[in-house]
Design a binder for this molecule. Structure first.
Ligand SMILES: Nc1ncnc2c1ncn2[C@@H]1O[C@H](COP(=O)(O)OP(=O)(O)OP(=O)(O)O)[C@@H](O)[C@H]1O
Length: 446
């Protein structure tokens, strides 16, 4: 049975009162009238408190499991969860001072699965690993995620996925050790509710790569790299993540990483890949000190990769678009730039035209339709759009098939200390040019 369908984040709270009966009142107060079928909350609270006094529902393991059947409950079950970090009081009974969770169950009176559900719940709360995770002193949002995660394993399919993930994780640990990996990279968007790694990869650096900037599960990771995972195959996301990792000093050319992940949102690990950062980026510069041009913030690079990836995958208004982003010191780039059209960013305050502002995405995507390049300074300020790059002639060493946009990116990357990102309109490929070297960050469109 899918027990998680009876649990909602909004019904998982921190209790204000340490008095058992009042705590029940807080939980019952969260149930909408429409679910109760006319029974008064006060009656339910009184009934539950009386039963608790005559027969305790304290399970041990810090959990109380009060439960009641209601004639007209409009669902099979309603679950409510209260966390009580200081324990509870109930008529001086000692055991309640150990309680940290109250899990209240309302069940429809005619529900035949009642005993089975109670025993499944008792099973979940007797699992030490689950309880260690639920009792950790984390923020309420994280606790809500962990609670849902604990219940996500209550149907056969997810149980199977969990078992399989355990096999993958222990194999990945072995492979990582045997092949001398220095870090583990986890593609976090594989998992809808995070992944627990506390029992794996002891003593290894664990890096989470995720599109979402999430607070959940951070304690299992040493570092977080945020990149969009729009890329159709995982290699693209991984390469962008490793590049951002290098710019942030999280990874370096000497690292060998073991990557684990699966299809986005599947909750199933399906691949383990060992990735030698130095070899993979071999034609490219690698040293952390050279990865970023002087004065360019790693956050700005991360953001430009996000916007460029979105453009590469989604295009604009259903049509593929190309784009060129040059990131570096605007003064040093100026000799090589000429406006093709009036600069649309002219006259705006720097803080109103910074790529780090979440509101700039749409503006940048809209202006991507203009011919020419975007020029972005190291702190993220958009200096220009529609800029034509003209540089002294360089010997072009570009792969065949690449045209004027790529040539412009190549030449400016040689002329000035900058990064030039190109989204190809014809292939959708995202490439980075640095000091005349080209690094493909995402694969061409299928
Ligand atoms: N020197 C330049 N400076 C800035 N932008 C340029 C420059 N040359 C070309 N572009 C931009 O690149 C666009 C496409 O040029 P072209 O098709 O030759 O390049 P490409 O490298 O093949 O790129 P794509 O794969 O997107 O077609 C132009 O319309 C223009 O917007």
């Amino acid at each position: 049975m899918h027990l998680e369908s009876f649990l909602a984040k909004s019904r998982i709270i921190d209790l204000k009162s340490a008095d058992f009966e009042e705590a029940l009142g807080e939980l019952i107060g969260m149930i909408p009238d429409s679910l109760l079928g006319g029974v008064s909350r006060h009656e339910i609270q009184k009934d539950l408190a009386e039963r608790e006094n005559s027969m305790s529902t304290y399970l041990g393991n810090c959990v109380c499991l009060p439960h009641i059947k209601l004639e007209n409950l409009s669902r099979k079950y309603v679950f409510l969860v209260g966390r009580c970090s200081q324990g509870l009081r109930l008529n001086g009974k000692e055991q309640y001072s150990n309680a940290r969770l109250v899990f209240l169950i309302l069940a429809r009176a005619d529900e035949p699965s009642y005993l089975k559900v109670l025993s499944s719940l008792a099973g979940i709360f007797s699992d030490d690993e689950t309880m260690a995770r639920l009792l950790a002193p984390v923020a309420i949002r994280q606790f809500q995620d962990r609670m849902l995660e604990a219940f996500a394993g209550t149907d056969g399919v997810r149980d199977k996925a969990r078992r399989l993930n355990k096999v993958f994780l222990s194999q990945a640990e072995k492979i990582a050790k045997d092949s001398g990996c220095t870090a583990i990279v986890v593609l976090g968007d594989t998992f809808t509710n995070g992944i627990r790694l506390a029992n794996y990869f002891k003593g290894m650096r664990i890096v989470l790569v995720s599109e979402r900037r999430t607070d959940a599960d951070l304690d299992d990771f040493d570092e977080i790299v945020s990149v969009h995972s729009y890329s159709r195959i995982r290699m693209g996301q991984l390469k962008s993540a490793i590049l951002v990792g290098i710019t942030k000093g999280i990874l370096s050319e000497t690292d060998k990483v073991c990557c684990i992940g699966g299809i986005r949102g599947s909750d199933v690990i399906d691949s383990i890949m060992v990735f030698n950062v130095g070899a993979e980026f071999s034609q490219f510069y690698l040293k952390n000190t050279e990865a970023l041009p002087a004065g360019v913030k790693a956050d700005v690079v991360e953001r430009v990769i996000d916007i460029a990836t979105e453009l590469a995958v989604e295009g604009r208004e259903g049509k593929p678009v190309g784009s060129l982003f040059v990131v570096g010191d605007a003064e040093k780039l100026r000799p090589y730039l000429k406006q093709l059209v009036l600069n649309p960013f002219f006259g705006y305050k720097p803080e109103e035209r910074n790529v780090l502002s979440p509101f700039m995405d749409e503006t940048v995507k809209e202006f991507s339709l203009i011919d020419g390049a975007f020029v972005i300074d190291g702190s993220g300020t958009l200096e220009a759009a529609g800029a034509l790059i003209h540089t002294p002639d360089f010997n072009l060493k570009l792969p065949g098939g690449l045209g004027a946009r790529h040539a412009a990116a190549y030449s400016i990357s040689l002329a000035a200390d900058c990064l030039a990102f190109v989204v190809s309109s014809s292939t959708g490929q995202l490439s980075l040019f640095r000091k005349g070297q080209m690094l493909v960050l995402s694969e061409p469109r299928a």
